[in-house]
Design a binder for this molecule. Structure first.
Ligand SMILES: *[C@@H]1O[C@H](CO)[C@@H](O)[C@H](O)[C@H]1NC(C)=O
Ligand SMILES: *[C@@H]1O[C@H](CO)[C@@H](O)[C@H](O)[C@H]1NC(C)=O
Ligand SMILES: *[C@@H]1O[C@H](CO)[C@@H](O)[C@H](O)[C@H]1NC(C)=O
Length: 458
């Protein structure tokens, strides 16, 4: 009995020491060169690293993992790839930089808690984000695209070839935003490096395609500029789960609860996420959030994406009709060419845009759709939801649409972030192209951008 108690006490003590050691050591980070991944990194949502989705890349950024992809029979050959890619890792936007600075000032000025990370923030950490960084691509973001290009060469060795580049059969299209243009330039560099060539390859800027959301009048009016369209987000941020995160934050900092807002905990979470994404540091900021806090912050972010870019409002996905038709128009053209002289004029089309470009399109295709909508009151029951923006649209997220020529006809494969997806409503992971077109017939015959985006003035 006594022995048992002693053992238990020893065990508990040991546990405490270990936890304390883990806690303090992860709070002081600058000494180690190996990247320590913050415990909450998988909750960063759209501010998450691509490596969090494909962990094997941490060891080898140029690795491809065939076990994540379903191929058609070996009698098939690849004839076309369209890759729709989000820009790489970027700085925060000016609005968020300002929120981050306010929170930093609050911690430095008012926090009296004695957590190690607080003293580290106060004595060592510097607020180095400046307003002019406003959403620009960072070095890591250039690497994201350079490496993705090199992996795509490995995935599609018969499509991303010197010959196809030299004959203008590889096209690069980008949003006009500097972070996208620079991502596309980095992608091109990766391509040339991977193919060991130097060749002319122009970028085409096309906002009608890559920033269609700005040009869809109805979306802008009904969602983008409409506060009540995001009521669920607001309610969640004023609700009990967020309040608990704010209380815990006030306790950790030892500041009055009234000085903490949902904006300030968001800013603290951004500091945690950006320091990791940009500098690959496990910053002291991350210690201000436990796992449940991070899950609440993730849900707040997912709710926003859901109501602003996805299933929350029908116009969100419909605003991408133009990109949807652009894709299928090109696929049709490839099929026609294969059936006539067999020469495909666009072997690879790369389109670089935003999370806001990808999400509505994925939504239009009915992907990542939970049975029950995400709302301000169902955080707990949505614990296992499939709509997780960190999994769907991290930095450099990519939708890959591949056409294969097979003895039985043309097949189509879809991958998101280098993993095969089965389109909802279809059972074959690499279905016949005709079956895909049947599945989406209503959209192919409708989904007209002009009609959909027009405001019905009464
Ligand atoms: C590839 O992905 C599978 C499934 O996620 C994983 O188990 C495996 O370790 C990965 N392979 C490599 C080489 O990392
Ligand atoms: C884009 O890249 C160029 C060249 O590396 C650099 O001079 C410029 O500042 C970058 N722009 C942005 C917005 O990142
Ligand atoms: C704003 O959004 C709400 C909720 O979706 C909707 O009922 C309302 O019609 C929208 N307002 C405008 C001006 O579109």
């Amino acid at each position: 009995m006594v022995k048992q108690v002693v053992t238990t006490i020893c065990f508990v003590l040991f546990h405490c020491i270990i936890s304390y050691w883990a806690f303090t050591s992860s709070c002081s980070i600058h000494s180690s060169t190996k990247i320590i991944i913050p415990a909450v990194a998988r909750y960063f949502g759209t501010k998450g690293r691509y490596e969090e989705v494909n962990a094997y890349l941490i060891d080898d950024i140029l690795a491809i993992n065939n076990s994540l992809v379903t191929l058609p029979s070996s009698k098939c050959s690849e004839i076309h790839l369209t890759a729709i890619i989000r820009h790489g890792t970027r700085y925060p936007t000016i609005k968020n930089i300002q929120k981050m600075r306010e929170f930093y000032d609050l911690v430095v000025r008012d926090a009296t808690g004695n957590l190690n990370c607080l003293s580290e923030i106060k004595s060592q950490w510097k607020m180095w984000y400046t307003d002019d960084m406003d959403g620009r691509l960072v070095d890591k973001g250039r690497e994201d695209h350079r490496h993705l290009a090199q992996r795509l060469i490995k995935w599609f060795p018969s499509l991303l070839t010197e010959e196809n580049v030299r004959h203008g059969r590889v096209k690069l299209i980008t949003s006009s935003k500097h972070r996208c243009v620079n991502s596309t330039i980095a992608f091109r560099e990766g391509l040339m490096e991977g193919l060991r060539i130097e060749a002319e390859l122009e970028l085409a800027v096309n906002d009608a395609l890559m920033r269609y959301f700005d040009q869809c009048e109805r979306f802008v009016k009904e969602v983008e500029n409409n506060k009540s369209a995001l009521q669920e987000v607001k309610s969640f941020n004023e609700g009990p789960e967020m309040k608990r995160v704010m209380e815990k934050m006030a306790d950790r900092l030892v500041v009055p609860f009234a000085s903490i807002t949902d904006d300030s905990v968001e800013a603290g979470f951004f500091l945690c996420a950006y320091e990791f994404a940009i500098q690959e540091l496990n910053p002291p900021w991350c210690q201000l959030f436990d796992e449940v806090d991070a899950q609440v912050m993730e849900y707040a972010g997912d709710l926003k994406q859901y109501w602003k870019r996805s299933y929350g409002h029908e116009i969100n996905s419909k605003s991408s009709c133009i990109l949807f038709h652009d894709l299928f128009h090109r696929l049709d053209q490839v099929v026609t060419q294969i059936n006539s002289d067999g020469i495909v004029s666009e072997a690879v089309t790369v389109q670089v845009g935003h999370a806001e470009t990808l999400l509505p399109l994925l939504t239009l295709l009915d992907l990542f759709k939970d049975d029950i909508p995400l709302s301000s009151t169902n955080f707990a029951t949505q614990h296992n939801r499939i709509f997780r923006s960190g999994k769907i649209v991290p930095y450099a997220a990519n939708l890959l649409v591949v056409l294969y020529k097979c003895p039985e006809g043309i097949r189509m494969g879809v991958r998101l972030n280098e993993k095969s997806l089965t389109l909802p409503g279809l059972t074959d992971p690499v279905p016949m192209y005709e079956d895909v077109k049947k599945r989406y017939r209503a959209l192919l015959e409708g989904c007209d951008q002009e009609t959909v985006c027009k405001i019905n003035n009464s």
